[in-house]
Design a protein around this ligand. Structure first.
Ligand code: MG
Ligand code: MG
Length: 251
């Protein structure tokens, strides 16, 4: 499905979907503590999203068994929360959450360093991956191209010498978790899909301290770096407007 220009009422529901998502992610950020398991974090997300009137959009999506994807250290995305995955201080914990509110879906991710302290290269990876997301968003407006976003994201990540995950990309979002077109984290200005006001897209850079190759675990979900290097991931769902964009997944 190609992402549609949303109606006014769909946009209203997407704003609420994004508000719920951001509320849950902000609360979960504070629960990333030494000793917590990723399953406990997933259970908190499930409880909280329901309390706010939303549904966890990833739960059951193509058979995904949990409310949220949690990927730790060399895991990049799609990690399955588990009772045996215990978080330690210094871990990079990526929380990737989707919310369905009245049929409208938003998608957002943050990476958090447990305990807030990590060696500078690790702290920088998290900081600049987030910055690459914000720089990618900054070029969005009616009539821009997916390649404009990718170019802006890639510029930040290249400056710091990070591996850019090319096999995983941002995407249209709204009526489904993943809609066309792809929004890669690299590209040439003026290339790729043309984006217009009223579309809603998820931009989601994934960067590593090593290479760009990925490997998929035997659980067929967890995607990690092939070389074992650390990874970070940030994502927002945005509404494209006439002269810019509106981030739907922030408070
Ligand atoms: Mg996501
Ligand atoms: Mg996404």
């Amino acid at each position: 499905m190609y992402t549609r220009v949303k109606t006014a009422s769909e946009i209203t529901n997407m704003r609420e979907s994004g508000r719920i998502l951001a509320t849950v992610l902000q609360a979960l950020r504070d629960e990333v503590k030494e000793g917590v398991t990723t399953k406990e974090l997933s259970d908190m997300a499930m409880k909280h999203v329901k309390k706010l009137g939303g549904e966890p959009a990833f739960y059951g999506y193509q058979g995904f068994p949990e409310a949220i994807c949690i990927s730790v250290n060399d895991e990049i995305v799609h990690g399955i929360p588990r009772t045996e995955t215990v978080i330690k201080n210094g871990d990079i914990v990526s929380l990737d959450f989707g919310v369905n509110y009245k049929g409208m879906i938003t998608d957002s991710a943050i990476s958090v360093i447990c305990g807030g302290v990590a060696p500078k290269p690790v702290a920088d990876l998290v900081k600049y991956t987030e910055q690459s997301l914000m720089e990618g968003l900054a070029v969005i407006k009616d009539g821009c191209f997916a390649g404009d976003i990718g170019f802006a994201v890639e510029k930040v990540l290249n400056k710091h010498g990070y591996g850019i995950i090319r096999d995983m990309v941002g995407h249209g979002v709204g009526h489904a978790v993943h809609e066309d077109p792809n929004i890669p984290n690299y590209g040439r200005k003026g290339s790729g899909a043309k984006l217009v006001a009223g579309m809603t897209i998820a931009v989601e850079p994934m960067a590593t301290l090593g290479g760009e190759r990925i490997s998929v675990d035997s659980d067929e979900w967890t995607i990690r770096t092939a070389d074992g290097s650390l990874a970070a991931h940030f994502e927002h769902t945005v509404l494209i407007t006439e002269d810019g964009y509106e981030i739907l997944t922030q408070l």
